[in-house]
Design a protein around this ligand. Sequence first.
Ligand code: ADP
Ligand code: MG
Length: 397
Amino acid sequence: MNIHEFQAKELFVKFGVASAPGRVARTPAEAEAAAQELKSSDLVVKAQIHAGGRGKGTFKNGFKGGVHLCKTPAEAKELSSKMLGQTLVTHQTGPEGKMVNQVLIATGVDIAKEYYLAILTDRATSAPIVIASTEGGVDIETVAEKTPDKIFHEPVHPLLGLQPYQARKIAGLLGFQGAQFRQFSDLLLALYRLFIGCDCSMVEINPLVVTPDGKVLALDAKFNFDDNALFRHPDILAMRDTNEEDPREVEASKFGLNYIGLDGNIACLVNGAGLAMATMDIIQYAGGKPANFLDVGGGASKDQVSAAFKIILADPQVKGILVNIFGGIMDCNVIATGIVAAAREIGLKIPLVVRLEGNNVAAGKTTLADSGIAITSAEDLADAAKKIVAAVAAATE
Ligand code: ADP
Ligand code: MG
């Protein structure tokens, strides 16, 4: 799960990570009031979306930039009115962009130098790692590609945690001295406490800045949380903004389904993540493109299967469905009953290929055959993939 920058700022305050004070606003009038409360003659208005690259983004109405500096509450109001309710396109949003429903009004700070700082889970070592660079404010991927020696990596022992000497080592590598050396080390240690305390999988600050008067501040915040640990953090879960998520995924999460929307046109309904991956691969191999990853799990109920099927059918991009079930714990007849119930309720107007195998397969096949619904059955995975790709090709010609 991701959160907005204004929510990340609340966590910064709670954990003692220095940043520029700010307030969220949902209307231009709220933006003006928020700017007045900040009592600063330097302000910044920032579009709040779950994507980076806002500064260099462009709104679909032509207005350039999702981050603007200004001086007065009236200007903050004016800028907000150009961003709120508009769609912002950045290199991270894709061409469809993201609707801006709220803006952050924050104190604007002078920037002497920008740095990059992140903590994330390193898959290679299964432990946290601190990543820092003197080349902040810009695209870190480009820095990693062109000047990898300007990026520092500091692995952290998962049980011991980030040690003060490690924070000082990074401060030294980044060239901090005097008061900033101390400020940076304290900020990094606080950020690490936040990372562990909130079960984050990533916190990224780009840029972390030093001001001309020597303050070290986090100016941006991108957070990612480990979804499997969110049950321990009801306060963070409450920050979820489903407007920012794929509506298909939001619906699937209500039913405890493991669903990820993709951009192809063949929907898959599969039990088990490994089998779901294999199914997506084989669809691709047969010349098709999967519309989703969907794992209904080992012990799905009829209602879950039915919900999954409805999510698939509600997607206008889907031109065919491949159901691939290997019944172990899963009873094939539960799947069959769920599919039939959903197809009856919504109506099935696109090709459906079903491959069932394993636990109670005979009853499952009978349920499908007796339903009167147009279903193509398949012998095995390869056969199923070929059949659905052919059926979708015929239907979309
Ligand atoms: P994004 O990464 O989505 O473009 P940022 O929060 O990094 O958004 O903002 C883009 C740029 O705007 C930053 O690199 C920084 O130069 C500037 N900026 C952001 N917040 C402030 C602020 N509070 N005061 C002054 N400049 C800021
Ligand atoms: Mg940034």
